[in-house]
Design a protein around this ligand. Structure first.
Ligand code: FE
Length: 211
């Protein structure tokens, strides 16, 4: 099954699930249409559920990873050296066994994640990818003009700050660990996790700003 979806024109090894997703999405769409026609479901309710998975339930896992890293220096160190194992210790593992790498924002460096070839995304920690992440405009421009892309998301890092762009693959997915916001010293992990949006873990936002 897996080998049916190899792309041969890639410059990095990129196993492909996207075709399988397309099949699945088509089946889901067909089912949704039949149920809606029979009056059994409200398409708006489905949209609301998908939206919730995109922005709330899925990314909450990643937010807990970030909050733990902010609270526990040993965990942060583990995340730097073996993110796959550190993240798995919290119960979050990849669907396909892909490896994770955590990239830490610092006062000197801001990290931004993209998949230039398709839409590889750290499902285990972020849930469903947003539509813009899969859009050709984001995928090409994140590499060519990361500052331009960030400004469209409302972020304008100083020129002195380096922007590093990480290109995901099916084998390696990135999670941005944003900088811990000022004035959060007294907060516990759940309260800290509330400050970490999905976009902050992709790198199109910073922590502490509500999405
Ligand atoms: Fe991809």
């Amino acid at each position: 099954m897996h080998d049916d979806h190899h792309h041969h024109d890639h410059d990095h090894d990129h196993h492909h699930h996207d075709n399988r997703y397309s099949d699945m999405q088509a089946r889901v769409k067909a089912l949704e249409t039949v149920l809606a026609e029979k009056g059994l479901i409200d398409p708006k309710a489905i949209d609301a559920i998908v939206e919730t998975y995109e922005t709330k339930i899925g990314p909450r896992n990643g937010a807990r990873v970030v909050a733990r890293a902010w609270s526990d220096a040993g965990f942060a160190e583990w995340l730097k050296t073996d993110a796959t194992a550190a993240i798995a210790s919290l119960g979050y593992t990849g669907r396909q066994g892909e490896h994770m790498r955590a990239v830490f924002n610092t006062p000197d460096t801001h990290n931004l994640v993209v998949c230039t070839l398709c839409s590889c995304y750290p499902w285990a920690v972020l849930g469903l990818p947003p539509v813009w992440y899969k859009a050709p405009a984001y995928r090409s421009r994140a590499v060519i003009d990361p500052r331009g892309v960030l400004s469209e998301f409302g972020l304008t890092p100083p020129e002195t700050k380096k922007i590093r762009v990480w290109d995901s693959t099916a084998e390696l997915r990135y999670l941005v660990i944003p900088e811990r916001p000022e004035g959060t010293d007294g907060l516990g992990e759940e309260a800290l996790a509330d400050l970490v949006s999905r976009d902050a873990m992709i790198g199109t936002a910073v922590a502490g700003v509500k999405p």
